[in-house]
Write a protein that binds this ligand. Structure first.
Ligand code: AMP
Length: 126
């Protein structure tokens, strides 16, 4: 089912290029459904991005068009990355920006995993 208001997927976006191996990334995990790599401009001591391999712009797009196996595989990968990074005891934050209001820079669905310092309030005050 197409999602109303969603821009078309841009095959030249930076994460599409990372998935094709056209630009390098510092991988921390990969499997059939997802890859995870260090953010190029980290905003916390731990800042890792997890992305599905499929061509999805947003969470609404992903959950409308992806198979149950893709959806399960992606979310399992997010948890696996948190386990690999050993973050459970100290805690961490998972964040995903969608569209203009959230300031999404890269139009390929991704979740950020932040950790390694106190992460402050959930949102900056407007
Ligand atoms: P967002 O604003 O949620 O779309 O976040 C996009 C993130 O991608 C930012 O935190 C960028 O620093 C990060 N980013 C952009 N280009 C690269 C790259 N080549 N490798 C790793 N991270 C990147």
């Amino acid at each position: 089912m197409p999602v109303s208001g969603l821009p078309p997927y841009d095959d030249q976006n930076v994460f599409a290029r990372i998935l094709r191996g056209e630009i390098p990334s510092k991988r921390v995990y990969e499997d059939e459904w997802a890859i995870a790599f260090h953010d190029i401009a980290p905003q916390a001591p731990v800042h890792v991005l997890v992305i599905p391999r499929g061509r999805y712009v947003s969470m609404a797009d992903f959950t409308a068009r992806a198979s149950a196996a893709e959806i399960a595989g992606f979310f399992r990968a997010v948890g696996e990355v948190a386990r690999i990074l050993g973050l459970e005891a100290e805690g961490y934050r998972i964040l995903s920006n969608m569209g203009p209001a959230a300031g999404q820079e890269v139009p390929h669905l991704h979740v950020h995993i932040f950790a390694g310092r106190p992460l402050g309030p959930m949102l900056a005050r407007a």
